[in-house]
Write a protein that binds this ligand. Structure first.
Ligand code: HBI
Ligand code: FE
Length: 289
């Protein structure tokens, strides 16, 4: 996690909350071209795979397929819908800074775009992962409230030294969550929706587990950041997700400190299996952030 001073070399104006100026006019045509290529590839793939709420958000915010969005204009549209704004950051920011932004309905989005040799896989959240992957869901009122509640929970988790448990919840919902609704099994997780290969793998491959969402099960389940997920958790609505934030987290953290943590590929007898997919997938393809 780079510190403020590390970023200050390239971003002299960086502020204490790690926000910088997007400098939209300084993007090169080749950078807008990479945005357009990524956007077009995902739009084709996500038809019938991304959930309706994601597709609606992309449309309502009029996110431009042809060039990297200007965060101030995007924030104007987003704040009218759910009072969220998108603030430019140079990359990963410290957990406490990240949670404070979310708790104040500010989404910290990377304002750099991946290089041409990183189109299929990038470690850091760039503008495509953050703005294409995360921002459309923030136009959905219930999801928008969930992410604010997550930010407030994150600040508490830090104080209780329980961040790893809460980071798992973020990972298996906001980043890699699936939803089963009237349309069928669909993607809402940003890490999937911004990845060409994982968009197919997550829904159709026979190799990962797909389990019904259960808060304590998720918070006990470890995750890997360098490959496809071995387990996806499926919710049936965003209300279901939001209702989990009404927990007594102190009691939950107490229970979590006693019981086991599970490896990513574990399946328990008590798990409610959702499905096993119907497509043998060639292993070895990379997931994107
Ligand atoms: N910083 N910019 C940025 N984006 C993230 O998604 C992010 C972060 N810092 C920490 C973090 N995510 C995770 O550790 C969360 O689980 C807290
Ligand atoms: Fe992300």
């Amino acid at each position: 996690m780079p510190a403020l001073e590390t970023y200050r070399v390239q971003w002299p104006e960086i502020r204490a909350d790690f926000t910088v100026d997007q400098k939209w006019d300084s993007y090169l045509p080749a950078e807008h071209d990479r945005w357009r290529g990524l956007f077009e590839r995902q739009r084709k793939l996500l038809d019938g795979r991304a959930c309706k709420e994601f597709v609606d958000g992309l449309r309502q915010l009029e996110i431009d397929p042809g060039q990297i969005p200007d965060f101030s204009r995007l924030s104007d549209a987003l704040s009218r819908l759910t009072r969220w704004s998108v603030v430019p950051v140079p990359g990963l920011v410290p957990d406490d800074v990240f949670f404070d932004h979310l708790a104040n309905r500010r989404f910290p989005a990377g304002c750099f775009i991946r290089r041409a040799d990183q189109l299929d896989y990038i470690e850091e959240p760039d503008v495509f992962h953050d703005v294409f992957g995360h921002v459309p869901m923030l136009a959905h009122p219930v999801f928008a409230d969930y992410l604010e509640a997550y930010g407030k929970g994150g600040r508490r988790a830090l104080a209780l030294n329980k961040l790893p448990n809460l980071a798992r919840l973020y990972w298996y919902t906001v980043e890699f969550g699936l939803i089963q609704n009237a349309e069928g099994l669909r993607i809402y997780g940003s890490g999937i929706v911004s990845s060409a290969t994982e968009s197919i793998y997550a829904l159709e491959s026979t190799s990962p587990n797909r389990l019904h969402f259960d808060l304590e099960r998720v918070m006990r389940t470890k995750y890997r950041i360098d490959d496809f997920q071995e387990t996806y958790f499926v919710v049936t609505s965003f209300d279901e997700l939001f209702e989990t934030t009404y927990q007594d987290f102190a009691g939950l953290y107490e229970r979590l400190s006693r019981g086991p943590a599970y490896e990513p590929g574990t399946v328990l007898p008590t798990d409610r299996i959702h499905n096993k997919g119907d497509r043998h997938y060639v292993a070895g393809s990379h997931a994107a952030v």
